[in-house]
Write a protein that binds this ligand. Sequence first.
Ligand SMILES: [Mg+2]
Length: 448
Amino acid sequence: MNRRHFLNRLTKGTALAGLVCGGPRLLEPPGLAAESSPPAGRLKITKVKAILTSPGRIRLCVVKVETSEPGLYGLGCATFTQRIRTVATAVDQYLAPFLAGKNPDHIEDLWQSMYQSSYWRNGPVLMNALSGVDAALWDIKAKRAGLPLYQLLGGKCRTAVPIYRHASGNSLEAVADSVLKIMAEGCRHIRVQLGLRGNSNYGAGGGGSPSPGSDHFQGDLFDPGAYRRSVPKLFDYLRQKVGDEVQLLHDIHERLAPIDAIGLAKELERYRLFFLEDPLAPEDAGYFKLLRQQCATPIAMGELFNNPNEWLELVSGRLIDFIRCHLSQVGGVSAARKIAALCDFFRVRTAWHGPGDTSPVGHAAQVHLNLATWNFGIQECTLFNDTVKEVFPGTPEVKNGLMLCNEQPGLGIDLDEKLAAKFPVKDEPPFDLQWGRLRGWDGTIQRP
Ligand SMILES: [Mg+2]
């Protein structure tokens, strides 16, 4: 058989034949391109919209993707609460027309298409919009398969998802009481934050106005020295009061100068933290190597990450122990799968960001990922109130320190749109406007 005959046989009946045999036709691979004109009856996306609601204290954004199959739709979290209307605009004005008529089955292709569609990529607004669509597409695919999403991700690695909860108070005794109360509810992992009178420590309130030196500014006072001195005292007290078995965590929230964060991590080493969170800002990533050389306190990082270049070196350099991305900030379920897989090879565990500004839809997606990820570490947890649970039927339940997954197809969660509309988002304090107000005693703005 000569070469021409071989190629003719190889490409017979395909568009490739025209190209390799010297004809004038350009390459037209079958498959995705052909579906730009969908055949009648094929599933397609008919509507994409952002739904804003605030049934709890926090403003949430959820994307709903509807399809040509009656009753088949998906939901995905797109919550960037501080700039929530910009995300809704990105979804409604840009992604909705871009996705209309496309096949929801091609999740990876649609992810890459959406990602390229703005030319300038990444950024919290566009990534939240994209992530909401992505998770909704996974929800649709799993519903079509008649399986809970974790089955499509590889199946269960564990029976339920261990979580950590937040303990805080304005005195050592109050924090210890809060820890003991949460332990009594069966939780084994607890983040502890201490409030100081007149000092706005993260996660514990406290407040206080900037000093007289800054009376021309408005905001809350933060004294890094007072904060740093208080944390070892807190852990010393807690280890005596609550024992060694409970796993304790702490969040610096990127508030210290890098060398002070390294010093604090060294001081805390003897208290055997489960992890120390956000010791450095993403902008100070170069300090992680120095931190690693100084102590073995486990480090969690990543809720502010947005661009793959922010986590690649920290993971591959074995400079962090837990990856904590906010799923809708990095690209949704599709991106989280890849990040978890990367981390797997470097023994970095997952600890996805899970406060109240991850919607119940986002928490549901995280439960499925956590069940199917071998290198899962821990899940941050928020206890949603009954109103939120009514707006989001199927919100994951928490019992005995574990988050539980229902076995419904897809993400296993829904959104009651009529009820959600009764809790419109409002553009007013306190939550949205608390950021960007933290100042030092002389009025200098601080990291949040
Ligand atoms: Mg945090």
